[in-house]
Design a protein. Structure first.
Ligand code: MF3
Ligand code: CO
Length: 297
């Protein structure tokens, strides 16, 4: 018996593969594992193989993401000035339970609501409230996560409420373009830092700054798995993008300084230190043999 770079025992050549295909290891992932061992021997970073998603895992995540995307599509159609963030919370909670799913945020480390609603200078983890009413000119991120049959999905979108200051609108659009550039940078057997660097370049070339303290994350069988996905990263660094890796791209882009303020007494809500506006979009994908498959958006 041999043990892999991750401490996980390799199956015998004629034993069933670890991926659940039912095929013999030698006819399935043995060559793939040997490639990983060679990369590891070269000093490359790799996530553990038990975090790589099997086709069955991906089917489960897709079913979860269908609910997550559906909930956000519902928000697309109903969000407008005069709506409270509490109402948004109720929409997504109801959508989830009506589709046999659970909002992943609810009770996550004590979080009290089903979704995060982050308005204007709120960087992330804005908590829905009946006292918070959307008004013309606001920009808001609605960040939604779903558990269905034990599988996790996670994505977020920005909404401009009515007529928005053109520079704020540019912030929202550039942040979306940054996420798209991150997706385009995904190459199987490339580096995770290629993604972070591509995101960062779009944001900073436009004159904006990128929050360093938060990033994307692996996801699938848990809400937050390895790797941490930094958007202040350099190309050619970080873990190898191995087919089966599932993670989010979710940069927080500030109009002013990158510094954040985490002093809210509710222990959750994060703001820009300079109180200038900030934007975030989030997508979830899995790396494939020839690129990536978008799972949630
Ligand atoms: N959805 C967030 C993410 O993108 C996590 C929110 S955790 C909560 O990772 F508890 F604040 F909801
Ligand atoms: Co996320």
């Amino acid at each position: 018996m041999s043990v892999g770079y991750d401490g996980i025992e390799n199956p015998g050549r004629n034993d069933p593969c670890w991926c659940g295909s039912g095929k013999k290891y030698k006819k399935c992932h043995q060559a793939f594992d040997e490639k990983l061992e060679a990369l590891w021997a070269d000093g490359e970073e790799l996530i553990d193989r038990d975090l790589l998603k099997t086709p069955e895992d991906i089917r489960g995540i897709v079913a979860s993401a269908e609910v997550n995307v559906g909930a956000l599509d519902y928000v697309d159609e109903h969000i407008k000035a005069g709506v409270s963030t509490e109402e948004i919370d109720q929409w997504v909670y109801n959508y989830c339970v009506e589709h046999d799913a659970i909002p992943a945020d609810l009770n996550f480390e004590g979080y009290p609501k089903s979704v995060c609603t982050s308005i204007n200078e709120v960087v992330c983890h804005g908590i829905p409230s009946p006292d918070e009413i959307l008004k013309e000119g606001d920009i808001i991120n609605v960040d939604m996560s779903t558990i269905k049959n034990g599988y996790f999905s996670d994505s977020s979108r920005m909404y401009c409420i009515g007529e928005v200051d053109p520079e704020w609108k540019r912030l929202v659009e550039v942040t979306k373009q940054a996420v798209e550039a991150g997706l385009e940078a995904i190459r199987p057997w490339g580096h995770l830092g290629d993604v972070g660097a591509a995101v960062n370049k779009v944001a900073t070339d436009a004159g904006f700054s990128v929050v360093a303290e938060y990033g994307g994350h692996g996801i699938g069988n848990e809400f937050h798995e390895d790797p941490f996905v930094s958007f202040v990263a350099e190309a050619g660094t970080g873990p190898i993008l191995v087919p089966g890796m599932c993670f989010t791209i979710e940069p927080m882009v500030n109009m002013g300084d990158a510094a954040i303020d985490m002093s809210d007494p509710n222990k959750w809500t994060v703001r820009t230190k300079d109180r200038k506006p900030t934007a975030q979009w989030e997508v979830q994908l899995v790396v494939t043999e020839d690129g990536y498959q978008l799972l949630s958006w």
